[in-house]
Ligand binder design. Structure first.
Ligand code: AMP
Length: 528
């Protein structure tokens, strides 16, 4: 049984090492010492996660709770007993995620104190960072996958793909530790096992998209909705969100549209759920997420905010894995089994003018823009590459709230000025690029204040620092160089457009993206 202390020591070592190769080697050495089951949990712990994706959100340990337990240490006599093992820590998280309802805070505190009272300062340090989700030792999922690739003796690309198909890096680590490279070779797409959706890079214009994609591309409407993967087998339909949680029960209308409009024995389809208003135009995204979280009165709400499914890809059909087929071929196959009115409108164009016209039409109908797709591209689960490019005329950034100031005047009692940060994949930390109190309704101030307080790390009476967890989409007028922030950049006239609860904090825009947008401003200015 390996102790959690050993993991904390490795984290300490990782934060001292600066080279990526050295970090990978240290992780490999550590995982080799562990049993498969331990390796599975350790893989998550090393990258600042407590539970596999889908379960993590249920843990709900607030900083206040953790802090109370940590603070208590003086009064409590150090519980006799051995230091907690990795498996004990994992088991504790699993139990805490299952606790709900009245008295749950106290019950979680008990579990936490029985662990923490047996930890030294070093373990506490890394345990806290892990629960907060910000390790600051420069090891993200990418580095971990490199380590697994070495451990499995398989190319990184294969390991990345296995990870995306499994949708759970702890499961992958466990299998690799148990069966080496074979475990990687064996991973297949399976109906009803959710996989990560393919993602897109941003681009400026249809011209740029055409240039990137070799002169010709597909242009699809980019809907302002929420991503869904639909799995079908026989009469059973199951729907998964972008974060791989199952939402079938909340979206009977989507399930109905699939039953009606998809004629396949077995299929995995990719698309967007769009909320439709009474006038037939799309409703704001916020309304839509309400539907996704809904567990009560589902029928009633689905009448008020009906969802419309729009499909744009197929990954599996009747026993055949289609991930490596070309986009054009996949679309053809999809069109063969999906009713026309469920398909996303699209054109294939090589003329910028034609694509431009299509973009105008999409915007007029109230959608976000276009998605350009390379005609010969495979489906790469979970990858953000230039095979898909999003063209959104109104540029926004997805940023994480890391702190907020107490409001005054009309906003007394609310946390109102939000410190917005971009993700730094190098360190796994978040760097502030601006602040704003603009864009929210009173009701939203109320709600977000509550959410932020449950994530509180510290409060000096003026600013409350919070666990980096809430992702918001932010509009702005300009990016400036600024010595005020460590990131070196500041957004001018930032305002919150909406919450992006469908994104994990690590999926926020990166500091590199901010740099890129900053530099691009000059290109535009010098052209003007
Ligand atoms: P973003 O969330 O801004 O990074 O944009 C990517 C998201 O756009 C995807 O995850 C989908 O939810 C959404 N989307 C809307 N329309 C499409 C489309 N035609 N193809 C792919 N993704 C789309």
């Amino acid at each position: 049984m390996t102790s959690y202390r050993e993991l904390a020591e490795v984290c300490e070592e990782l934060s001292r090492l600066s080279g990526r190769k050295d970090k990978v080697a240290a992780i490999v050495r550590f995982l080799r010492r562990l049993s498969p089951e331990e390796a599975g949990h350790a893989a998550l712990f090393l990258i600042g996660r407590t539970l596999p994706e889908g379960l993590e959100e249920r843990l709900e340990i607030s900083w206040a709770t953790l802090d109370e337990v940590l603070e208590n240490r003086g009064q409590q006599t150090l519980e006799a007993g051995s230091p907690p093992t990795i498996l004990e820590v994992a088991e504790a998280f699993r139990r805490m995620a299952g606790i709900k309802g009245k008295g749950s805070r106290e019950r979680k505190k008990l579990i936490l104190s029985s662990l923490i009272s047996r930890m030294t300062a070093l373990e506490k340090k890394w345990f806290t960072r892990m629960v907060i989700g910000e390790m600051q030792h420069g090891v993200n999922e990418g580095v971990l996958l490199e380590a697994l690739s070495e451990l499995a003796e398989r190319p990184l690309e294969k390991v990345q793909r296995a990870d995306m198909l499994l949708g759970d890096v702890s499961e992958l680590a466990m299998r690799v530790r148990a069966r080496g490279g074979e475990a990687v070779d064996e991973v297949r797409l399976q109906v009803f096992r959710p996989i990560k959706p393919m993602l897109a890079e941003s681009c400026e214009s249809v011209e740029e998209a055409l240039r990137e994609m070799g002169g010709e591309a597909a242009f699809e409407y980019k809907y302002d909705g929420a991503r869904v993967h639909i799995h079908v087998r026989g009469g059973e339909v199951r729907v998964f969100s972008r974060r791989l949680s199952e939402i079938t029960g909340s979206v009977p209308d989507i399930v109905g549209q699939v039953r009606e409009g998809v004629s396949a024995r077995e299929a995995v389809l990719d698309g967007e759920a769009v909320a439709i208003g009474v006038d037939g135009r799309p409703l704001p995204f916020q309304e839509l997420l309400k539907r996704f979280r809904r567990v009560h009165d589902v029928e009633e709400v689905s009448k008020k905010i009906p969802l419309k499914l729009r499909l744009f890809d197929i990954l599996y059909l009747d026993g055949r894995d289609l991930l490596d087929e070309e986009y054009s071929r996949r679309w053809e196959i999809m069109a063969g089994v999906v009713d026309e009115d469920l398909l996303t409108p699209r054109i294939i164009a090589s003329e910028p003018g034609e694509a431009e016209e299509f973009l105008r039409k999409a915007l007029e109908e109230g959608h976000e823009g276009l998605m350009a797709k390379r005609l010969d591209s495979p489906y790469r689960p979970g990858r953000r590459e230039k095979l898909w490019l999003k063209i959104k005329p109104a540029e926004t950034l997805d940023l994480v709230i890391v702190a907020a100031d107490w409001g005054h005047g009309r906003r007394t009692g609310w946390l109102s000025n939000y410190h917005l940060a971009a993700y730094n994949p190098e360190t796994g930390g978040f760097e502030v690029v601006g602040k704003t109190f603009k864009g929210l309704t009173d009701e939203e101030f109320e709600v977000i204040t509550k959410r932020l307080l449950s994530l509180k790390l510290s409060d000096d009476g003026y600013t409350v620092r919070v666990k980096p967890q809430i992702v918001v989409e932010v509009a702005f007028n300009e990016i400036q160089r600024s010595p005020k922030y460590r990131s070196g950049y500041a957004l001018r006239f930032a305002r919150i457009v909406r919450f992006r609860d469908d994104k994990r904090p690590e999926e926020a825009d990166t500091i590199d993206r901010i740099r890129e947008l900053y530099l691009r401003q000059f290109e535009r200015k010098s052209l003007a």
